[in-house]
Design a protein. Structure first.
Length: 426
Protein backbone atom coordinates (compact mmCIF):
# COMPACT_ATOMS: atom_id res chain seq x y z
CA UNK A 1 0.00 0.00 0.00
CA UNK A 2 1.35 3.46 -0.91
CA UNK A 3 1.02 6.37 1.38
CA UNK A 4 -1.32 8.41 -0.89
CA UNK A 5 -4.12 5.98 -2.00
CA UNK A 6 -5.98 2.74 -1.20
CA UNK A 7 -8.99 0.78 -2.62
CA UNK A 8 -12.50 -0.12 -1.57
CA UNK A 9 -14.20 -2.96 -3.49
CA UNK A 10 -11.32 -2.68 -5.93
CA UNK A 11 -11.82 1.06 -6.54
CA UNK A 12 -8.97 3.42 -5.63
CA UNK A 13 -9.74 6.35 -3.25
CA UNK A 14 -7.62 9.18 -1.68
CA UNK A 15 -6.25 9.24 1.87
CA UNK A 16 -8.68 12.00 2.84
CA UNK A 17 -11.58 9.99 1.63
CA UNK A 18 -10.35 7.01 3.55
CA UNK A 19 -10.44 8.99 6.82
CA UNK A 20 -13.92 10.18 6.06
CA UNK A 21 -15.26 6.73 5.25
CA UNK A 22 -13.70 5.28 8.45
CA UNK A 23 -15.22 8.09 10.41
CA UNK A 24 -18.65 7.31 9.04
CA UNK A 25 -18.37 3.49 9.39
CA UNK A 26 -16.81 3.41 12.92
CA UNK A 27 -17.82 6.77 14.42
CA UNK A 28 -19.34 5.43 17.67
CA UNK A 29 -16.46 3.12 18.36
CA UNK A 30 -13.87 5.80 17.75
CA UNK A 31 -15.54 8.31 20.07
CA UNK A 32 -15.76 5.72 22.84
CA UNK A 33 -12.07 4.93 22.59
CA UNK A 34 -11.16 8.62 22.61
CA UNK A 35 -13.32 9.26 25.65
CA UNK A 36 -11.74 6.33 27.47
CA UNK A 37 -8.25 7.61 26.75
CA UNK A 38 -9.17 11.09 28.00
CA UNK A 39 -10.64 9.62 31.22
CA UNK A 40 -7.43 7.69 31.79
CA UNK A 41 -5.36 10.85 31.45
CA UNK A 42 -7.59 12.81 33.82
CA UNK A 43 -7.60 10.00 36.37
CA UNK A 44 -3.80 9.76 36.38
CA UNK A 45 -3.33 13.50 36.93
CA UNK A 46 -6.30 14.38 39.09
CA UNK A 47 -5.78 11.88 41.92
CA UNK A 48 -9.47 11.33 42.45
CA UNK A 49 -10.88 8.95 45.04
CA UNK A 50 -10.93 6.04 42.57
CA UNK A 51 -7.24 6.45 41.80
CA UNK A 52 -5.72 5.85 45.29
CA UNK A 53 -3.32 8.76 44.66
CA UNK A 54 -0.57 9.70 47.22
CA UNK A 55 -0.84 12.42 49.87
CA UNK A 56 1.54 14.59 47.87
CA UNK A 57 -1.08 14.94 45.15
CA UNK A 58 -3.90 16.06 47.43
CA UNK A 59 -5.31 19.52 47.90
CA UNK A 60 -4.48 21.33 51.20
CA UNK A 61 -6.39 19.85 54.12
CA UNK A 62 -7.26 16.57 52.36
CA UNK A 63 -6.79 13.27 54.20
CA UNK A 64 -3.55 11.63 53.07
CA UNK A 65 -2.59 8.01 52.85
CA UNK A 66 -0.80 8.20 56.27
CA UNK A 67 -3.87 9.61 57.97
CA UNK A 68 -2.04 12.82 59.12
CA UNK A 69 -3.30 16.40 58.90
CA UNK A 70 -1.10 18.51 56.64
CA UNK A 71 -0.94 22.33 56.57
CA UNK A 72 -3.39 22.57 59.47
CA UNK A 73 -2.89 25.22 62.19
CA UNK A 74 -1.27 24.07 65.46
CA UNK A 75 -3.66 23.41 68.30
CA UNK A 76 -1.13 24.73 70.87
CA UNK A 77 -2.04 28.08 72.45
CA UNK A 78 0.73 30.24 73.95
CA UNK A 79 -0.18 32.84 76.57
CA UNK A 80 2.19 35.51 77.90
CA UNK A 81 1.62 37.59 81.01
CA UNK A 82 1.79 40.55 81.20
CA UNK A 83 -0.18 41.30 78.05
CA UNK A 84 1.50 42.66 74.95
CA UNK A 85 2.38 46.35 75.29
CA UNK A 86 1.82 46.48 79.06
CA UNK A 87 3.50 49.32 80.96
CA UNK A 88 4.54 49.85 84.59
CA UNK A 89 4.83 46.09 85.13
CA UNK A 90 6.05 44.88 88.53
CA UNK A 91 9.61 43.54 88.51
CA UNK A 92 8.65 40.25 90.15
CA UNK A 93 5.64 37.95 90.37
CA UNK A 94 4.02 38.90 87.06
CA UNK A 95 6.01 37.48 84.13
CA UNK A 96 4.86 34.00 83.11
CA UNK A 97 4.51 32.06 79.85
CA UNK A 98 2.06 29.14 79.53
CA UNK A 99 0.99 26.68 76.86
CA UNK A 100 -2.42 24.97 76.46
CA UNK A 101 -3.01 21.96 74.20
CA UNK A 102 0.73 21.68 73.73
CA UNK A 103 4.14 22.04 75.36
CA UNK A 104 6.61 24.91 75.36
CA UNK A 105 9.84 24.22 73.50
CA UNK A 106 11.46 27.66 73.44
CA UNK A 107 11.10 30.73 75.64
CA UNK A 108 13.45 33.70 75.43
CA UNK A 109 13.06 36.96 77.33
CA UNK A 110 15.58 39.75 76.82
CA UNK A 111 15.88 43.48 77.36
CA UNK A 112 16.42 45.99 74.58
CA UNK A 113 20.19 45.48 74.82
CA UNK A 114 19.87 41.73 74.31
CA UNK A 115 20.61 40.76 77.91
CA UNK A 116 18.66 37.54 78.54
CA UNK A 117 16.46 36.82 81.54
CA UNK A 118 17.19 33.40 82.97
CA UNK A 119 14.23 31.11 83.46
CA UNK A 120 13.05 27.52 83.35
CA UNK A 121 10.39 25.55 81.50
CA UNK A 122 8.43 23.34 83.89
CA UNK A 123 8.89 19.58 83.65
CA UNK A 124 5.45 19.14 82.08
CA UNK A 125 6.22 21.76 79.45
CA UNK A 126 3.14 23.85 80.19
CA UNK A 127 4.77 26.89 81.82
CA UNK A 128 7.92 29.02 82.04
CA UNK A 129 8.91 31.34 84.88
CA UNK A 130 11.94 33.64 85.37
CA UNK A 131 14.61 32.58 87.85
CA UNK A 132 15.09 36.10 89.21
CA UNK A 133 13.48 39.52 89.27
CA UNK A 134 13.45 41.92 86.34
CA UNK A 135 15.19 45.27 86.11
CA UNK A 136 13.16 48.42 86.63
CA UNK A 137 12.28 50.89 83.84
CA UNK A 138 13.23 48.33 81.17
CA UNK A 139 11.64 47.19 77.91
CA UNK A 140 11.50 43.40 77.55
CA UNK A 141 10.78 41.24 74.52
CA UNK A 142 9.27 37.77 74.85
CA UNK A 143 9.50 35.04 72.19
CA UNK A 144 7.82 31.71 72.92
CA UNK A 145 7.16 28.56 70.86
CA UNK A 146 4.98 25.56 71.72
CA UNK A 147 4.21 22.32 69.86
CA UNK A 148 0.95 20.43 69.83
CA UNK A 149 0.54 16.63 69.88
CA UNK A 150 1.12 16.45 66.13
CA UNK A 151 4.40 18.39 66.36
CA UNK A 152 3.00 21.56 64.81
CA UNK A 153 4.45 24.81 66.19
CA UNK A 154 2.70 27.89 67.51
CA UNK A 155 4.69 31.04 68.35
CA UNK A 156 4.00 34.27 70.19
CA UNK A 157 5.99 37.50 70.45
CA UNK A 158 5.18 40.28 72.91
CA UNK A 159 6.80 43.28 74.63
CA UNK A 160 6.25 45.01 77.95
CA UNK A 161 7.94 47.64 80.11
CA UNK A 162 8.63 47.46 83.84
CA UNK A 163 7.78 50.19 86.32
CA UNK A 164 9.82 53.30 87.03
CA UNK A 165 10.39 53.33 90.82
CA UNK A 166 9.79 56.48 92.80
CA UNK A 167 11.94 55.33 95.73
CA UNK A 168 15.24 53.44 95.46
CA UNK A 169 18.06 52.03 97.57
CA UNK A 170 21.69 51.11 97.00
CA UNK A 171 24.24 48.97 98.83
CA UNK A 172 27.51 50.62 99.82
CA UNK A 173 30.06 47.83 99.52
CA UNK A 174 33.41 46.87 101.00
CA UNK A 175 36.07 46.11 99.76
CA UNK A 176 36.69 48.22 96.67
CA UNK A 177 36.69 46.80 93.18
CA UNK A 178 40.14 45.70 92.05
CA UNK A 179 41.69 45.84 95.52
CA UNK A 180 44.03 43.37 97.20
CA UNK A 181 43.05 42.73 100.81
CA UNK A 182 43.89 40.59 103.80
CA UNK A 183 42.51 37.15 104.59
CA UNK A 184 39.96 38.49 107.08
CA UNK A 185 38.12 40.83 104.71
CA UNK A 186 34.39 40.02 104.45
CA UNK A 187 32.09 41.33 101.75
CA UNK A 188 30.04 43.94 103.59
CA UNK A 189 27.03 45.81 102.22
CA UNK A 190 25.37 48.70 104.01
CA UNK A 191 22.01 49.60 102.47
CA UNK A 192 20.76 53.15 102.20
CA UNK A 193 17.26 52.07 103.29
CA UNK A 194 16.16 49.51 105.84
CA UNK A 195 15.32 46.21 104.14
CA UNK A 196 12.08 44.39 104.99
CA UNK A 197 12.40 41.74 102.26
CA UNK A 198 15.86 40.34 103.07
CA UNK A 199 15.31 37.08 101.16
CA UNK A 200 14.80 38.90 97.84
CA UNK A 201 17.80 41.16 98.41
CA UNK A 202 20.14 38.35 99.44
CA UNK A 203 19.01 36.24 96.46
CA UNK A 204 20.07 39.08 94.16
CA UNK A 205 23.67 39.04 95.46
CA UNK A 206 26.12 36.34 94.42
CA UNK A 207 29.56 35.95 96.01
CA UNK A 208 31.92 33.34 94.54
CA UNK A 209 35.56 32.47 95.09
CA UNK A 210 38.34 30.83 93.12
CA UNK A 211 39.37 28.36 94.45
CA UNK A 212 35.79 27.62 95.39
CA UNK A 213 34.71 27.67 99.03
CA UNK A 214 31.24 27.85 100.66
CA UNK A 215 30.29 31.49 101.33
CA UNK A 216 27.28 32.53 103.37
CA UNK A 217 25.57 35.82 104.15
CA UNK A 218 24.48 37.12 107.54
CA UNK A 219 22.25 40.10 108.31
CA UNK A 220 23.12 42.60 111.04
CA UNK A 221 19.88 44.44 111.59
CA UNK A 222 17.89 45.39 108.49
CA UNK A 223 20.47 47.50 106.70
CA UNK A 224 23.70 45.47 106.69
CA UNK A 225 24.55 42.17 105.02
CA UNK A 226 28.01 40.54 105.27
CA UNK A 227 29.35 37.49 103.42
CA UNK A 228 32.27 35.30 104.46
CA UNK A 229 33.54 31.72 104.37
CA UNK A 230 33.73 29.58 107.52
CA UNK A 231 37.44 30.28 107.97
CA UNK A 232 39.73 33.05 106.75
CA UNK A 233 40.17 33.21 102.99
CA UNK A 234 43.11 31.31 101.56
CA UNK A 235 45.94 33.52 100.33
CA UNK A 236 45.64 34.24 96.62
CA UNK A 237 41.88 33.64 96.45
CA UNK A 238 40.02 35.67 93.82
CA UNK A 239 36.55 36.79 94.92
CA UNK A 240 33.74 38.00 92.68
CA UNK A 241 30.65 39.85 93.92
CA UNK A 242 27.70 40.27 91.56
CA UNK A 243 25.09 42.81 92.63
CA UNK A 244 21.85 42.34 90.71
CA UNK A 245 19.79 44.71 92.84
CA UNK A 246 18.20 46.68 90.00
CA UNK A 247 14.48 46.09 90.34
CA UNK A 248 14.56 44.23 93.68
CA UNK A 249 11.78 45.44 95.96
CA UNK A 250 13.70 45.69 99.23
CA UNK A 251 10.77 47.17 101.08
CA UNK A 252 7.27 48.11 99.87
CA UNK A 253 7.62 50.58 97.02
CA UNK A 254 11.42 50.85 97.38
CA UNK A 255 13.53 49.24 94.66
CA UNK A 256 17.24 48.61 94.22
CA UNK A 257 19.02 50.38 91.37
CA UNK A 258 22.44 48.68 91.24
CA UNK A 259 23.75 46.17 88.75
CA UNK A 260 27.47 45.84 89.26
CA UNK A 261 30.29 43.30 89.49
CA UNK A 262 33.11 43.76 92.02
CA UNK A 263 36.28 41.68 92.03
CA UNK A 264 39.07 41.63 94.60
CA UNK A 265 42.05 39.44 95.47
CA UNK A 266 43.19 38.03 98.80
CA UNK A 267 46.86 38.79 99.41
CA UNK A 268 49.36 36.96 101.62
CA UNK A 269 48.09 35.65 104.95
CA UNK A 270 48.95 37.97 107.84
CA UNK A 271 47.46 37.53 111.32
CA UNK A 272 48.87 39.55 114.20
CA UNK A 273 48.20 38.59 117.82
CA UNK A 274 48.19 41.20 120.59
CA UNK A 275 48.70 39.81 124.09
CA UNK A 276 47.48 42.41 126.59
CA UNK A 277 49.28 40.63 129.45
CA UNK A 278 52.73 40.47 127.86
CA UNK A 279 52.23 43.81 126.06
CA UNK A 280 53.51 42.40 122.77
CA UNK A 281 52.19 41.81 119.27
CA UNK A 282 53.44 38.89 117.20
CA UNK A 283 53.09 39.37 113.47
CA UNK A 284 52.61 36.05 111.70
CA UNK A 285 52.81 35.88 107.92
CA UNK A 286 52.11 32.75 105.92
CA UNK A 287 52.56 30.62 109.03
CA UNK A 288 55.78 32.20 110.33
CA UNK A 289 56.29 34.87 113.01
CA UNK A 290 58.14 37.65 111.18
CA UNK A 291 58.22 40.27 113.95
CA UNK A 292 57.41 40.76 117.62
CA UNK A 293 56.49 44.36 118.50
CA UNK A 294 56.18 45.91 122.00
CA UNK A 295 52.77 47.57 122.45
CA UNK A 296 50.58 49.31 125.00
CA UNK A 297 46.96 48.19 125.28
CA UNK A 298 43.99 49.64 127.17
CA UNK A 299 44.50 50.83 130.72
CA UNK A 300 42.64 48.97 133.50
CA UNK A 301 39.77 51.48 133.36
CA UNK A 302 39.60 51.58 129.56
CA UNK A 303 40.50 48.06 128.46
CA UNK A 304 40.85 46.83 124.89
CA UNK A 305 38.27 44.46 123.40
CA UNK A 306 39.29 40.84 123.02
CA UNK A 307 38.65 38.97 119.80
CA UNK A 308 39.39 38.85 116.10
CA UNK A 309 39.41 42.28 114.49
CA UNK A 310 39.88 43.21 110.86
CA UNK A 311 41.69 46.32 109.66
CA UNK A 312 38.98 48.28 107.84
CA UNK A 313 40.75 51.61 107.17
CA UNK A 314 44.28 52.98 107.06
CA UNK A 315 45.33 56.61 107.71
CA UNK A 316 48.82 58.03 107.45
CA UNK A 317 47.69 60.65 109.97
CA UNK A 318 44.31 61.12 111.66
CA UNK A 319 42.69 63.05 114.49
CA UNK A 320 41.47 61.22 117.59
CA UNK A 321 39.02 63.07 119.83
CA UNK A 322 37.76 61.35 122.96
CA UNK A 323 34.45 63.21 122.71
CA UNK A 324 33.53 61.22 119.58
CA UNK A 325 33.78 57.88 121.38
CA UNK A 326 32.31 58.71 124.76
CA UNK A 327 35.41 59.89 126.63
CA UNK A 328 34.46 63.55 126.91
CA UNK A 329 37.44 65.87 126.67
CA UNK A 330 40.03 63.43 128.00
CA UNK A 331 42.08 63.70 124.82
CA UNK A 332 42.12 65.35 121.41
CA UNK A 333 45.19 64.41 119.37
CA UNK A 334 45.15 65.98 115.91
CA UNK A 335 48.09 64.14 114.35
CA UNK A 336 47.96 60.45 115.29
CA UNK A 337 50.33 58.67 112.87
CA UNK A 338 49.97 55.29 111.17
CA UNK A 339 46.41 54.64 112.34
CA UNK A 340 44.46 51.54 111.31
CA UNK A 341 40.82 51.12 112.34
CA UNK A 342 39.75 47.88 114.06
CA UNK A 343 36.18 48.75 115.10
CA UNK A 344 33.37 51.15 114.31
CA UNK A 345 33.37 52.28 117.94
CA UNK A 346 36.89 53.68 117.71
CA UNK A 347 39.39 50.89 118.36
CA UNK A 348 42.62 51.46 116.40
CA UNK A 349 46.12 50.09 116.22
CA UNK A 350 48.22 53.21 115.74
CA UNK A 351 51.51 54.96 116.23
CA UNK A 352 52.06 56.70 119.58
CA UNK A 353 54.62 59.49 119.98
CA UNK A 354 53.34 61.01 123.26
CA UNK A 355 53.73 58.05 125.66
CA UNK A 356 56.48 58.20 128.29
CA UNK A 357 59.70 56.26 127.67
CA UNK A 358 59.47 52.67 128.81
CA UNK A 359 55.71 52.40 128.14
CA UNK A 360 55.72 49.98 125.21
CA UNK A 361 56.09 46.38 126.30
CA UNK A 362 55.76 47.31 129.99
CA UNK A 363 52.44 48.98 130.79
CA UNK A 364 48.95 49.45 129.38
CA UNK A 365 47.94 53.11 129.27
CA UNK A 366 45.65 53.60 126.26
CA UNK A 367 41.93 54.35 126.09
CA UNK A 368 41.29 50.99 124.41
CA UNK A 369 43.50 51.21 121.33
CA UNK A 370 46.70 49.29 120.64
CA UNK A 371 49.59 51.76 120.64
CA UNK A 372 52.99 51.23 118.97
CA UNK A 373 56.10 53.38 119.38
CA UNK A 374 56.30 56.12 116.71
CA UNK A 375 57.50 59.67 116.06
CA UNK A 376 55.42 62.80 115.61
CA UNK A 377 54.50 63.06 111.96
CA UNK A 378 55.39 59.40 111.46
CA UNK A 379 58.36 60.22 109.29
CA UNK A 380 60.80 57.79 110.86
CA UNK A 381 60.52 54.54 108.89
CA UNK A 382 62.64 52.67 111.43
CA UNK A 383 59.96 52.96 114.11
CA UNK A 384 57.88 49.81 114.71
CA UNK A 385 54.59 51.62 114.05
CA UNK A 386 55.82 52.65 110.60
CA UNK A 387 56.97 49.10 109.86
CA UNK A 388 53.64 47.58 110.87
CA UNK A 389 51.67 50.16 108.89
CA UNK A 390 53.75 49.60 105.75
CA UNK A 391 53.41 45.82 106.03
CA UNK A 392 49.65 45.73 106.66
CA UNK A 393 46.68 45.53 104.31
CA UNK A 394 43.08 46.48 104.80
CA UNK A 395 41.54 43.12 105.64
CA UNK A 396 44.45 41.85 107.75
CA UNK A 397 43.46 40.31 111.08
CA UNK A 398 44.54 41.59 114.49
CA UNK A 399 43.64 39.24 117.36
CA UNK A 400 43.57 40.61 120.90
CA UNK A 401 43.75 38.19 123.83
CA UNK A 402 44.19 38.27 127.62
CA UNK A 403 42.57 41.68 127.98
CA UNK A 404 40.24 42.32 130.95
CA UNK A 405 37.39 43.07 128.58
CA UNK A 406 34.68 41.22 126.66
CA UNK A 407 34.92 39.91 123.11
CA UNK A 408 34.07 42.54 120.53
CA UNK A 409 30.62 42.25 118.94
CA UNK A 410 30.60 40.80 115.40
CA UNK A 411 28.92 43.88 113.93
CA UNK A 412 31.33 46.36 115.56
CA UNK A 413 33.50 46.78 112.49
CA UNK A 414 34.18 43.98 110.02
CA UNK A 415 34.42 41.48 112.84
CA UNK A 416 31.95 38.73 112.01
CA UNK A 417 34.68 36.16 112.67
CA UNK A 418 33.74 36.40 116.34
CA UNK A 419 30.40 34.73 115.57
CA UNK A 420 30.41 30.90 115.44
CA UNK A 421 29.77 29.51 111.95
CA UNK A 422 26.66 27.65 113.15
CA UNK A 423 25.16 30.96 114.27
CA UNK A 424 26.34 32.81 111.17
CA UNK A 425 24.44 30.49 108.82
CA UNK A 426 21.39 30.01 111.06
Amino acid sequence: MRGENTTVNGQPISGAATGAKRGRRGGVRFQALAAGALLLVLTACGGGETSGGGAGDQAPGAQGGAGKQENTASQAVVTVLPKDGADSVATSGILKVTAAQGKLTTVTVADSQGAAVEGRIAADGTSWSPSAHLAAATLYKVHAIAKDAEGRESAKDTTFTTLVPKNTFIGQYTPEDGSTVGVGMPVSLNFSRGITNPEAVEKAIEVTAEPSVPIEGHWFGNDRLDFRPEKYWAAGTKVTVRLNLDGVEGRPGVYGKQKKTIRFTIGRRQVSTVDAETKTMKVERDGKVVKTIPITAGAPSTTTYNGQMVISEKYDVTRMNGATVGFGGEYDIKDVPHAMRLSTSGTFVHGNYWAKPGTFGYTNVSHGCVGIDDTRGGGDGSKPAAWFYDHSLVGDVVVVKNSKDKVIKPDNGLNGWNMPWSEWIA
